[in-house]
Design a protein. Structure first.
Length: 246
């Protein structure tokens, strides 16, 4: 297993080798002119600036916490569903005997299996509906999706990394056999639900973050399927004419 992994210094050495090979693709071949070689550190600096850093993923997990998670509408959703979410969380974490990461918190493997078993990941589409017969806006088609890669990413971003790394250290300053960085506490899991809701329904532009978060929670608890979430959120309503009022 170790031969299939790179520690930090090995990864740095790999990047250096790749940068030199990219700048000198024929280096070592017969007839190569060593005087024309592009040497380090110039080739490394160029690759990092032109290729690696522009494509590198930035850690924006804190931005989500200070924006979406602090919106009043999102907070209200979690206040409404907290009892049901807490009951669900306790039930699945206490009955996790089939998973390797047994604990009183939500583990990565367990959460991935739940998302797969409940069909929380996939690709969906539906057509907008309206109370008005022949409404041209009702022809709009929505397509949205959620992948396992996004689930894993949301799981990692929802962890309070600094606090958990400190809490997981033992007296020698090393990580214990099972640090909490491999699991999600209930507040972290709720944040994970919010992230996944926003990721899942992001393509449906008319849905607000609160709609997205509530929709994913409803998918998890079995209240609504994804199609119903989007149809309800985008439905065009036309209230009947009230003759007495008008």
């Amino acid at each position: 297993v170790m031969d299939q992994e790179l520690v930090l210094y090995e990864f740095i050495a790999l990047v250096v080798r790749i940068s030199f090979q990219r700048a000198n693709p024929t280096f070592g071949n017969f007839g190569f002119n060593k005087k024309s070689a592009v040497h380090l550190p110039g080739c490394l600096e160029r690759m990092l600036e032109d290729e690696v850093l522009p494509r590198a993923r930035r850690d924006e997990s804190t931005i989500f916490r200070t924006t979406v998670m602090e919106e009043a509408s999102v907070i209200k959703i979690f206040e409404e569903y907290e009892p049901m979410l807490k009951a669900y969380y306790n039930r699945v974490t206490q009955q996790d005997t089939e998973y390797f990461d047994r604990s009183d918190e939500m583990g990565m493997e367990q959460w991935l299996r739940i998302c797969d078993q409940l069909d929380l990941v996939g690709r969906w589409e539906c057509v907008r509906e309206s109370d008005i017969t022949g409404d041209p806006q009702a022809k709009e088609r929505y397509t949205w999706s959620l992948s396992m890669a996004q689930v894993k990413l949301a799981f990692a971003d929802s962890q309070n990394k600094l606090d958990e790394l400190g809490a997981a250290q033992n007296e020698k300053g090393d990580l214990g056999e099972r640090g909490s960085i491999t699991t999600l506490s209930f507040p972290e899991w709720c944040e994970c639900l919010a992230r996944l809701g926003c990721d899942k329904y992001r393509a449906v532009k008319v849905m607000t973050p609160a709609h997205c978060v509530k929709g994913f929670i409803q998918n998890l608890l079995g209240e609504k399927v994804p199609d119903e979430v989007v149809i309800d959120a985008t439905y065009i309503k036309c209230l009947p004419y009230d003759a007495n009022k008008h």
